[in-house]
Design a binder for this molecule. Structure first.
Ligand code: FE2
Length: 497
């Protein structure tokens, strides 16, 4: 009966679619009173991770916008004489959004900073961030889909993040693959920032836009995501329903996609992805995005997922992407190496020491590994195994489970790159006690250097790509309906019988 209901629902879908902190806030003496007017402060990765960051915060009233910063080891108990950068203050809904871009920073350097109003002399607490030193070793924490609708669930997700930070206290940054909030109200974003301030106060952030973070598929709520963080997208990026951007970190080129740009993804963004990856000679090519191609949750056979898989999977193969991290479906999944939507079978493995742990690496494997690290939040989905095979070959799945089946715990993951080695780990965490358990691990070793392609840069403005965009729209929709009618629905029916 469950299977029949699933088929009916699927048909409906188709038809319907037409003291970590601051290094040390506790120990740094302040010679001023901290203003309570300033909230939701974050530092976000810029295109040049060695010399620049974006700072963002919110206030309820319009005010001057400034950041004062100093190299941490030069700090002598006062910001007198510190550099001051000024930025923009813009009204958004019921708040004012302050953004400042800090530039000409020194690589591999910890800075202390405060944000605020340099006219009224009202400032935040002292916070910190560290720039990329550019060497081939770095590590980051990734979480996704906190997506809470009340403060207690943000608290539970923040306990998962606290354990992540304890596990990797020397992380260079932390990424979130989208859906920070559920209904995208300012109250929810305030809850998010209140509960995650401990990590935003000392670690650079890499945000990816989720469909709940202000997107037309949930409600018409333009520019929410862009108003929460100070990201560094290309000039032509339309920020209304998410933001895409890219940066080098160490020996990796990391592209953060806006998968709210869909039905289908615009030619502007896909051309930009090609330009970014083709022109990079980084050894590692990594994608962070919200909507996952490989999952087993309820979104697996929705039209947006079907269209994006068709459109982006060949692109990722063409661009030799190594590692893809996504979110959206609130289940855990990691694939084996995948190329052409198929399992890469001839992978060679070697077991070597990595930080004192015997680790098995896939050596120079073809294709990419796709990871969907569940959710750090409390909203979890069950596994839709009866639709699994209707969309992709289940042989590619290396690890898949519902968090409901492991005692309802949140998940965070870590990625560490040391030269040609990449090691990924995922941990399940008790929302209350913070107790963690390693639930998955995977590693890749590359013996080849990265190489930029000599391909011509493609146009990324809407005027030049207009014709291609129209063709792309018609083709992608046509292909989606074809896939549903002749591949997916027949398989659903056969599986249900
Ligand atoms: Fe989502």
């Amino acid at each position: 009966m469950k299977k029949i209901i699933a088929v009916v629902l699927s048909l409906c879908v188709v038809l319907g679619c037409a003291s970590f902190a601051i290094a040390s806030d506790a120990t740094i003496e302040k010679d001023y009173v901290v203003s309570e007017k300033i909230r939701n402060v974050s530092v976000t990765m810029a295109q040049d991770s060695q010399s620049s960051v974006g700072v963002c915060w919110h206030t309820d009233e319009e005010s001057a916008t400034a950041v004062q910063f100093v190299i941490a080891e030069d700090y002598a108990g006062t910001f007198e004489g510190a550099k001051t950068f000024r930025g923009s203050c813009e009204s958004f809904k019921e708040i004012y959004v302050h953004k400042v871009k800090l530039t000409a920073l020194k690589p591999g350097t910890e800075y202390l900073y405060r944000v605020g109003d340099d006219v009224a002399d009202e400032w935040s607490e002292i916070r910190s961030f560290t720039t990329d030193n550019g060497d081939e070793n770095f590590k980051f924490i990734a979480i996704t889909d906190v997506q809470a609708g009340n403060e207690d669930n943000f608290r539970k997700a923040s306990n998962v993040m606290k354990t992540a930070y304890e596990t990797m206290p020397d992380a260079d940054f932390f990424a979130h693959m989208g859906d920070y909030v559920n209904d995208c109200t300012q109250e929810e974003w305030d809850w998010y920032f209140n509960n995650f301030n401990f990590v935003h106060s000392s670690l650079v952030h890499v945000p990816a836009a989720g469909n709940h973070d202000g997107n037309i598929t949930n409600k018409i709520n333009h520019y929410w995501f862009d108003s929460m963080f100070n990201m560094d997208p290309p000039e032509e990026c339309i920020r209304a329903e998410g933001v895409y951007y890219a940066f080098d970190y160490g020996n990796a080129h990391i592209v953060v996609l806006n998968t709210n740009d869909m039905y289908p993804m615009t030619v502007q963004q896909t051309n930009w992805i090609k330009n970014e990856m083709n022109s990079s000679d980084a050894q590692w090519k990594i994608i962070l995005m919200h909507r996952a191609f490989y999952s087993a949750g309820k979104n697996l056979i929705k039209p947006d997922t079907i269209i994006m898989r068709e459109q982006l999977l060949p692109l990722f193969d063409e661009l030799d992407i190594d590692f893809v991290m996504a979110g959206h479906d609130h289940v855990y999944m990691r694939t084996h190496q995948v190329k052409g939507d198929k399992l890469v079978e001839d992978v060679t493995y070697v077991t070597e020491d990595f930080n004192g742990v015997e680790t098995t690496f896939a050596v120079d494997p073809d294709g990419a590994c796709h990871v969907l690290p569940g959710t750090a939040g409390t909203k979890t989905y069950s596994i839709n195994d009866y639709v699994f095979d209707c969309v992709f070959d289940s042989n590619i799945v290396a690890n898949c489970f519902s968090q409901r089946d492991i005692g309802d715990r949140g998940i965070f993951s870590t990625v560490e790159i040391q030269g040609g080695k990449l090691v990924y780990n995922a941990y399940a965490v008790d929302y209350e006690t913070g107790e963690k358990e390693l639930v998955d691990t995977y590693a890749i070793k590359k013996t080849t250097e990265g190489e930029a392609s000599d391909k011509t840069m493609l146009p990324t403005d809407s005027a030049t790509t207009g014709v291609a965009q129209t063709f792309n729209f018609i083709y992608r929709f046509g292909k989606m309906f074809f896939d549903y009618l002749f591949i997916i629905i027949p398989k659903l029916i056969i599986n249900a019988i």
